[in-house]
Design a protein around this ligand. Structure first.
Ligand SMILES: Cc1ncc(COP(=O)(O)O)c(C=O)c1O
Length: 381
């Protein structure tokens, strides 16, 4: 795709689950900010700053539009990444709950932060199994619980297929839901549209944008936030020993202490527009099916996935994961190897060896898939 024309022919990138490549228009938007109106936002009155304010507001709105959520009920804050967003929320929330519930296929960002949440509030922590299609058994008693869960796994691409029913059930029983959408916004944002969760955390760098964390938060969660991570840009007044936070018309500021990554925030709107267009001609699912079928047929290969997905992990009975990744790298093919920050599920629960992970992005071409299959065949033989 010409938007990735800067890639040299030898570099074949299959690590989009970590960071997707940035299309040229996103890089251009970032450069334009740095070269034409490099100013801080939401503070200054000069022209550059006013332009930043307008564009930052447009990016917040673009996130809400992508998710089909109403600004009356939700606001968007920006932070470093998904991990930071989840921790900002979980470390400052004081909720009327008796347990925190997560699932077995979580990234460490959810797995560890829910351990800390349970410890801090001295409540039970429950780790539920995910079904083969990624959904959760709704027979569980979700009363007075906080559910923190991903909508797409970074090890086998399983999606939380019944998220709509899950959120409805948890909310109806007086609970709360925080979604880790790190792997979802870049591949299947449709799954999250109109979902009335309490918060959604994600990473712009996994959705073709510059490095940035996204938090989408329900306004009625605010009374439960005990703000203690504080600084500039979030107060209306300060006395010798106290301060008053900005009001609900600046709700996003509560999670944005200090100066923000203005250029990266602005580039996000360009990335969202690009993603929506690029998805219309996407071959990612077709390529996923091709790689999945190929791997299934290779002697000695054990595929982790139950079905094809943009993220596919596998191991080999005699070749280590890191050795396979290094051999691929010698041919210019970039994949990941190891446990991908899902140590509990892969290492502790399934007792698996290091995996190799192929993650497909919108920049990948048929030629990339053919090259990957040819080189893997040589490595396996
Ligand atoms: C499912 C999932 N959740 C959370 C994260 C954490 O994202 P970040 O490292 O951008 O905070 C990742 C990163 O790979 C992920 O795949």
């Amino acid at each position: 795709m010409s938007d990735f024309g800067y890639l040299d022919e030898k570099s074949t990138y299959f690590d989009s689950a970590c960071q997707s490549l940035r299309p040229q228009p996103v890089i251009d938007a970032l450069n334009e900010y740095y070269m034409e109106y490099n100013s801080c936002g939401e503070r200054v009155k000069y022209e550059w700053g006013r332009k930043v304010d307008d564009k930052v507001a447009e990016s917040r709105q673009a996130v809400l539009d992508l998710l089909k959520l109403n600004g009356k009920h939700y606001f968007v804050s920006f932070t470093l990444n998904t991990t930071y967003g989840l921790n900002l929320l979980l470390s400052q929330l004081n909720l009327p709950v008796d347990k925190v519930i997560t699932s077995e296929i979580e990234h460490n960002s959810v797995f560890l932060s829910t351990i800390e949440f349970a410890k801090k509030h001295d409540i039970e922590r429950v780790v539920l199994e995910r079904q083969d299609d990624g959904s959760i058994d709704l027979d569980y008693d979700f009363a007075r619980s906080l559910v923190v869960m991903n909508t797409s796994s970074n090890v086998d691409g399983r999606e939380l297929k019944n998220i709509k029913e899950l959120v409805k059930k948890v909310k109806k029983s007086g609970g709360f839901v925080i979604i880790d959408a790190a792997q979802t916004l870049g591949s299947n944002y449709e799954l999250l549209q109109k979902i009335q969760a309490d918060a959604i955390c994600s990473s712009a760098h996994k959705m073709y944008s510059a490095s940035l964390g996204i938090m989408v938060v329900r306004k009625d969660l605010l009374p439960y936030v005990e703000t203690d991570f504080v600084g500039g840009g979030m107060v209306s007044s300060v006395t010798k020993d106290s301060y008053t936070l900005l009001g609900s018309d600046h709700a996003h500021a509560i999670f944005e202490p200090g100066l923000q990554a203005w250029g990266e925030i602005i580039a996000l709107k360009t990335a969202i527009n690009w993603l929506q267009k690029a998805k219309k001609t996407s071959r990612v699912n077709e390529f996923a099916g091709e790689i999945y079928d190929f791997l299934q047929k290779q002697p000695g290969v054990k595929v982790l996935n139950k079905a094809a997905a943009p993220v596919i992990s596998f191991s080999h009975e005699s070749l280590g994961g890191h050795s396979i990744a290094k051999a691929l790298s010698d041919e210019g093919i970039m994949v990941r190897s190891g446990y991908f920050c899902a140590h509990y599920y892969l290492k502790e629960k399934l007792d698996l060896p290091h995996q190799v992970r192929i993650s497909i992005g919108l920049h990948n071409t048929e030629a990339d898939i053919t090259k990957l299959k040819n080189v893997l065949e040589r490595i396996f033989n």
